[in-house]
Unconditional design. Structure first.
Lengths: 388, 247
């Protein structure tokens, strides 16, 4: 029907022949041994030649020397082993116009006796695509170089922090012991006030330096080292909350412990973690309601949580809250370096545990949870409620 | 009987050949480090900077398996690795079967290796610029994730897809090698199988090796190309069998 509408249209075979010869890709057919039987005009044109020039040659003769070797060592074996290869970059032999980059596909047809009957290859011009890939390659290389330099710099910075922290501690210890001696020498009231300022300032500074060193140790040496021992958790937790009650006598901490068994942890690191959480709750939480301090020891896990009322942690901040040098809000003077929660979460990690936070309009709750050694951790949602 | 594959693919290269010897021999197949399913993280640019690194692997495999008096079948560059290994530890080898071997690929003075130096430079240059092979290197992802082997498995729908960095280095080691000096010291009886019309190891190379190697036999095969183990397995098997029987 169609050929009546288009009387000029060539018979199918002729049309197909034209397609084979002038398609915008190269076609090459070889016999079972790999000798070229037919090459289309497009391929010949790319090689600045005529199709009959290639009869009897090997496919690799069309390629530049690199491609020749690659074909014989990689592609020919592949045809025999898996029957095809695709999207392989090679270059056509230089026939006056330079080496033209192409992508080639090939497959082998086997006869009944499993012997190859013929092989067919398709060649696609790839000059533009090659350019694009080269640019991509360069961009990748640049990005990798930049990343390397950045990583080097980061490492140097962290080493610098570690050294700085360590070296600052010695003169500070000197200041602290001298101040202590000075306080005992019977100074007047004004002197005492000044000594107090020096003492509380150096104490804060000492804590900050310790945090910096923990931070550097965590970054450089793969986590904060812990020495787990069997601990009476209730005793430890009471001790921590008592210390904070002394520092903030007007704030209330409500304890709710369900501790049947001992746990294994590093007591001084655990104190550091928990007292950080309690101090945060005191500083950031509502002054109207008590801090709720809970602990629970089950057969396969144990957890400690600290909750407070007050304005919630902004959603934006939640994602970064455990990152180093993160400080909530702008009034940074009270917040130290912003390492506390980072170090707390590193301590949790060193105990194979996690430190997580939830925060809404009613309460903010930090939960430390760790598995009990013989039982791998299970994911349970700890119900963190505020009473009273 | 140990089969060693050459530059390009992996032990699958022997799939049509080794079964013919399974009844009479214990068969050892392996992938060179850096090729096929080998542990890519074990690849050392220092060790494999010369063929001796590979030759030592061959000796190590034989020693680990407690093999003595083996028939070593090496294709292409692995044939030369076999020659080096047999020089170091001759007691391990009874016969060497050298399939399409070449001690040096570069023409020098009267020696015909098949390529001039500029052509080999061009090959290495093409590999360096990623102008050969599969599009954009995805392989470094595999290199960086040795614990995620499945990434590699997904990609290797082929037996000849190698990490481009390793392929470059292996090509350099292979095609810049000149081991012509060891041929005259080769003591282990050797069969040299050379194809007709092999652009990588031309017939002249076979003749050259045969002349220098005291205990060698040369067979020029009807098979064409560089991989008779794949293109003419029957002829290859027959040639090896008749050599082993008459020796």
């Amino acid at each position: 029907m169609n050929h009546k509408l288009f009387p000029d249209l060539s018979p199918l075979a002729k049309d197909f022949d034209d397609f084979f010869e002038t398609a915008l890709c190269g076609f090459v057919i070889t016999d079972g041994d790999g000798k070229i039987v037919r090459v289309n005009s497009r391929t010949a044109q790319w090689l600045n030649s005529t199709p009959d020039q290639f009869h009897g040659k090997r496919f690799s003769d069309l390629l530049a020397v690199g491609g020749k070797i690659y074909f014989e060592t990689h592609l020919w074996p592949l045809l025999r082993m898996q029957g095809y290869f695709d999207e392989v970059a090679v270059e056509l032999a230089n026939s006056g116009h330079g080496k033209m980059p192409v992508y080639i596909n090939g497959y082998e047809r086997k006869g009944d006796n499993n012997q190859p009957l013929f092989m067919r290859f398709t060649l696609f011009r790839a000059s533009d695509r090659r350019l694009y890939e080269e640019n991509l390659q360069i961009a990748k290389q640049l990005a990798e170089d930049k990343l390397n330099i950045e990583q080097q710099n980061a490492k140097i910075r962290e080493q610098f922090i570690a050294v700085l922290g360590h070296d600052l501690r010695n003169p500070l210890s000197g200041i602290m012991s001298a101040t202590q001696l000075l306080a005992r020498t019977g100074i007047n009231e004004r002197g005492e006030r000044l000594v107090n300022i020096i003492q509380s300032g150096s104490k804060r500074m000492y804590e900050m330096i310790n945090n910096i060193m923990d931070f550097a140790r965590g970054r450089l040496g793969g986590g904060i080292p812990v020495n787990p021992v069997i601990v009476n958790l209730e005793e430890l937790l009471n001790q921590i909350s008592d210390e904070l009650k002394v520092a903030w006598p007007d704030r209330q901490i409500e304890s709710d412990f369900e501790i049947g068994e001992t746990v294994e942890c590093d007591p001084s690191r655990m104190s550091q973690l928990i007292s950080n959480l309690l101090a945060n709750a005191i500083t950031h939480g509502s002054t109207e309601t008590p801090i709720v301090f809970k602990a629970l020891v089950k057969s396969n896990f144990w957890e400690v949580s600290v909750s407070n009322n007050g304005s919630p942690i902004p959603e934006k901040a939640m994602a970064h809250i455990f990152h180093p040098f993160y400080r909530e809000g702008v009034q940074s003077s009270q917040n130290g370096l912003g390492l506390g929660l980072y170090i707390a979460s590193e301590i949790a990690k060193s105990h194979n545990g996690t430190l997580t936070v939830t925060s809404d309009d009613h309460k903010t709750c930090f939960i430390f949870r760790a598995p009990i050694a013989s039982h791998p951790s299970q994911i349970n949602i700890f119900n963190c409620t505020i009473t009273g | 009987m140990m089969f060693a594959h050459g530059f390009g693919c992996d032990q699958n290269m022997w799939r049509f050949v080794y079964p013919a010897f399974g009844a009479d021999y214990k068969i050892i197949l392996f992938d060179h480090v850096g090729a096929g399913s080998s542990d890519l993280s074990a690849y050392s640019y220092k060790k494999y900077n010369s063929l001796d690194g590979y030759a030592n692997d061959i000796i190590e495999i034989a020693n680990t398996l407690g093999v003595k008096d083996m028939v070593f079948v090496g294709h292409s560059v692995s044939a030369v690795m076999g020659l080096i290994a047999a020089g170091i530890a001759p007691e391990l080898f009874k016969y060497l079967i050298l399939v399409s071997p070449s001690p040096s690929y570069i023409n020098q003075d009267d020696y015909i290796g098949g390529f001039n130096r500029a052509e080999i430079e061009e090959l290495l240059e093409s590999l360096n610029n990623n102008h050969l092979g599969w599009s954009m290197a995805i392989a470094p992802v595999i290199m960086g994730n040795p614990d995620r082997k499945e990434l590699g498995d997904e990609l290797s729908n082929s037996f000849c897809k190698t990490d481009p960095e390793i392929a470059k280095h292996f090509a350099r080691t292979t095609f810049l090698t000149d081991k012509r000096d060891i041929l005259q010291h080769a003591k282990v009886p050797s069969l040299i199988l050379q194809c007709s019309n092999d652009i990588i190891a031309p017939v002249e190379v076979g003749h050259y090796m045969h002349e220098l190697m005291p205990n060698s036999k040369l067979v020029i095969m009807n098979a064409t190309g560089h991989c008779p183990n794949l293109s003419a397995p029957e002829e290859t098997i027959a040639a090896i069998n008749s050599y082993l029987h008459e020796s």
